[in-house]
Design a protein around this ligand. Structure first.
Ligand code: MLT
Length: 201
């Protein structure tokens, strides 16, 4: 997969896995990684799907309607890719924290839905429910921060709530932040994510 790897000074802090939104690329979330944990190593990946020229991490059939077969395939592909990168770049595979926005948050959530210990933690910014009727692994060791917009036109509030409840039902510790904004990221939510990060890692 197309990616950027930046080695950090602090090998004890989690490696940040950056996953962009639809139409983005591996450069988009670098400033956010810098705000959250400037000394961490960073693995930022570009989604392998192109939808009308816009990179994504998995196919969708319509807005908010995911191609589940592709989602499952791409989730495994990303999961395997992280493993490969951890060997190539020599970072601890068990200490990877995802920061995903929108489509990138959805594939990060999908990794947590499908694989035990896929992530040491996750910052999910404007996520949706990636898939339903899946039995989640135990997420007791996976703290999650969720940033959402009360006026997000793409993601209904009930959908974010459903995601939160599903993660909690799998023993995940979920911290929610609800801003007034829509689908875009806000400085306030990144500051909240930073506080959460500092308290957990
Ligand atoms: C998706 O995965 O399709 C998103 O949540 C919405 C988007 O990325 O535009």
């Amino acid at each position: 997969m197309e990616h950027i790897f930046k080695e950090g000074n602090d090998k004890q802090s989690p490696t940040l896995l950056l996953l962009h939104g639809t139409g983005g690329n591996e450069r988009d979330l670098l400033p956010i990684a810098e705000m959250i944990s400037p000394n961490s190593s960073v693995l930022s990946v570009r989604g392998n799907i192109l939808e009308n020229g816009m990179p994504r991490f998995f196919r969708r059939l319509a807005e908010g309607v995911f191609d589940e077969e592709d989602l499952i395939f791409r989730t495994k592909e990303l999961h395997d890719f992280i493993e490969e990168c951890s060997n190539q770049y020599q970072f601890d595979r068990n200490n990877v924290l995802a920061i995903g926005y929108s489509n990138g948050a959805n594939i990060a959530a999908s990794m947590m839905y499908h694989y035990q210990n896929a992530l040491a933690g996750a910052i999910l910014l404007h996520p949706m429910v990636p898939i339903r009727e899946v039995e989640l692994p135990n997420l007791a060791n996976t703290p999650v921060f969720i940033g959402a917009g009360l006026n997000d036109p793409i993601i209904p509030k009930v959908e974010t709530k459903e995601l939160i409840e599903t993660l909690r039902a799998a023993n995940g510790t979920v911290t929610e932040y609800w801003g007034e904004a829509g689908h875009q990221l806000t400085r306030e939510e990144i500051e909240q994510a930073k506080q959460w990060y500092d308290g957990n890692f």
